[in-house]
Design a protein around this ligand. Structure first.
Ligand code: F6R
Length: 604
């Protein structure tokens, strides 16, 4: 989704901003642009449809500036084109704006401005904002921006340059991330830490309704009402190297292979052997409060929702608290009953997904307690939550989530164990789960050793027009996630069903041309799952099983190491990440940036 980078300081601005844009490419975009305040006055701007390298080719050698803003656009209002790319300039060419988000009342504002004689050069909602800022009669750039954003309904993260105020960049946030990077006699701004970490690890994340002024020497933050706010920079731990491919051909491949280390990180320092439980420092939930929880409701989107489904089962199994997961995108619109005895948990890799954030805000408004299970430290969902667990997967660059899914399921196992041990879970079961958690990194590495075998299988499946994924109870969320992975990265249609529901409809689909991937753990439902395989085989369906032992009825079985029953779902999807990856590779897909998708969905 759209990306913003800005810089003010003494360095050569264009290469720095272009490098920042390149680091945001993973979010998905269709055009890019850059504007700087020229040393001799006025603004200079270049925009290009297509990739950042196409923009780079258009930027003249002498494109110097004292401050600059740049943008990658993901089309919402108006098709991808040079004109619709950001920045947008005002008619007098004094104001340049880059914007992430959506202005809901853009058409009304546009009509009003057109009636006043303003000519629009693009179809975007952002251009409205540019003209509003330029037409403000306020004396300072801060006041001009403040007046303009007050007229706007919708979401925004913006960075603004003004030719009459060349010593500053003014930024504002409402619903779209804005992060300041604090340097020595230089300041940065971006919509994503990825664009900053090569330059500084000192960051300040703006809250909704907050603005900031950046000069080369300093920064200050304040609300859109003008009240000063205090913002202490925090140090981010993510290394710039985490954003490199490190010898892999794609980020997806790299991130799949990072999973053992990532799981090691989410466990580190949290296990308490003495009491057979875990310490979750940021939970802000004491034992008495934990015991008062009557229900758990987990909210997330896409892959995070699937991780939440696994989490809900673990919480039910280990803590015996009724729990379920629901897409946050649905929950926020259905006027759900908000219950004071329910613990709500928001799950998000980016911590910025708009639907999840909106659900959290709605819950908070209604007095609920919300925890966040989040990857990006300091992200909006992490900050809006009352407490939570960081999943420490490290930066996930591929649009398609893999390592963060795995780490999120491990984080849920920790939470389930913690809640269980404040209730009825025995010391022996606590020990058993802890031992299982400790085995995970090694077992992940063992699964990844089967990559060549899975690659071979993928060649067979690349011809399929459609695939069915089935699983029962613990296996069902695994099947759902594997089906999502395959469709988003290979574009092969895939459908996930509870194996128990086969007879109630989907069996009609079974024929040799529709392969079925079945999740078959060695648990109390093994025989039931075997019966489902028989049913498919009897109808000449082709079966790939992911199981703890060879399955006679399957054409092929990928055998994965057995862990504790409750923890098996953490591992069983990993071979299917590889299957999705190698199928997409065989089909020549753009693996790290599948069509039409964006890494963090900060708009509705
Ligand atoms: C799938 C995928 C998406 C995200 C979803 C939520 O591979 O990445 O389905 O899981 O958009 O994103 P986060 O977790 O950032 O809230």
């Amino acid at each position: 989704m759209c990306g913003i980078v800005g810089y003010i300081g003494k360095r050569d601005i264009a290469p720095l901003l272009l490098e920042g844009l390149a680091r945001l490419e993973y979010r998905g975009y269709d055009s890019a642009g850059i504007a700087v305040t020229a040393p001799k006055g006025g603004l200079k701007m270049v925009k290009a449809k297509g990739r950042v390298r196409e923009l780079e080719a258009k930027v003249p050698a002498r494109f110097k500036g004292t401050a600059g803003i740049a943008h990658t656009r993901w089309a919402t209002h108006g098709a991808p084109s040079d004109e619709n790319a950001h920045p947008h300039l005002s008619a007098d060419e004094k104001v340049a704006v880059v914007h992430n988000g959506i202005i809901d009342n853009a058409s009304d504002l546009r009509r009003k401005l057109e009636a006043e004689g303003v000519e629009f050069l693009s179809e975007t909602d952002t251009e409205v904002l540019t003209h509003l800022i330029a037409r403000s009669s306020a004396a300072t750039l801060e006041d001009k921006v403040r007046q303009a954003v007050r007229l706007i309904e919708g979401t925004y993260g913006i960075a603004v340059l003004h030719a009459d105020f060349p010593d500053r960049i003014v930024v504002a946030r409402n619903g779209s991330p804005v992060v300041l990077g604090i340097g020595e006699k230089e300041m940065f701004v971006a919509s994503d830490i990825a664009a900053l970490v090569t330059h500084t690890r000192q960051i300040v994340t703006l809250d909704d309704g907050e603005m900031a002024t950046l000069t080369a020497e300093d920064f200050r933050t304040y609300t859109t009402e003008g009240t000063s706010t205090s913002a202490e920079p925090t140090t981010v731990e993510w290394e710039a190297a985490s954003y490199d491919m490190g010898g892999h051909d794609t980020y997806m491949h790299k991130e799949i292979h990072e999973q053992a280390d990532a799981v090691d990180r989410v466990l580190r320092g949290r296990i308490d052997d003495r009491f057979s439980t875990v310490h979750l420092g940021g939970l802000n939930l004491d034992a008495r409060e934990a015991r008062q929880i009557r229900r758990v409701k987990i909210l997330g989107c896409g892959t995070s929702y699937h991780a939440g489904m696994i989490g809900a089962q673990m919480i039910e199994e280990l803590a015996r608290i009724p729990a379920d997961a629901e897409p946050a995108s649905e929950f926020r619109y259905r006027n759900a009953v908000v219950d004071p005895d329910t613990l709500y948990i928001a799950v998000s890799q980016s911590g910025e997904t708009y639907d999840v954030l909106a659900a959290v805000q709605e819950l908070k408004r209604k007095g609920a307690r919300v925890l966040g299970v989040v990857n990006v430290v300091g992200s909006a969902i992490a900050r809006e939550s009352d407490g939570g667990i960081y999943v420490h997967a490290g930066p996930e660059v591929c649009v398609v989530s893999t390592k963060c899914f795995t780490n999120t399921t491990v984080a849920f196992a920790l939470l389930a164990l913690h809640l269980g041990r404040t209730r009825d879970l025995s010391v022996a079961d606590g020990k058993r789960i802890i031992a299982g958690l400790r085995r995970l990194p090694e077992q992940i590495n063992e699964i990844l050793k089967a990559e060549d075998e899975i690659k071979e299988l993928a060649q067979e499946f690349a011809d399929a027009r459609s695939m069915l994924f089935i699983g029962r109870v613990r296996g069902y969320p695994v099947a759902r996630e594997a089906s999502l992975k395959l469709k988003e990265v290979s574009y092969i249609h895939a459908e996930a069903y509870p194996a128990s529901e086969l007879k109630h409809g989907p069996l009609a689909l079974i024929e040799p041309a529709l392969p079925t991937v079945a999740i078959v753990p060695d648990d109390d439902l093994l025989e039931k799952n075997r019966a489902a395989l028989e049913e498919i085989k009897a109808r000449s369906g082709k079966i790939l099983a992911v199981a703890h032992q060879e399955q006679e009825k399957a054409d092929r079985t990928v055998v994965v190491p057995k862990n504790e029953d409750e923890l098996d779902p953490i591992l069983m999807g990993i071979p299917l990440q590889l299957l999705a990856y190698h199928t997409a590779l065989a089909l020549g897909r753009d693996i790290d940036k599948p069509r039409n998708l964006a890494k963090s969905v900060t708009v509705e």
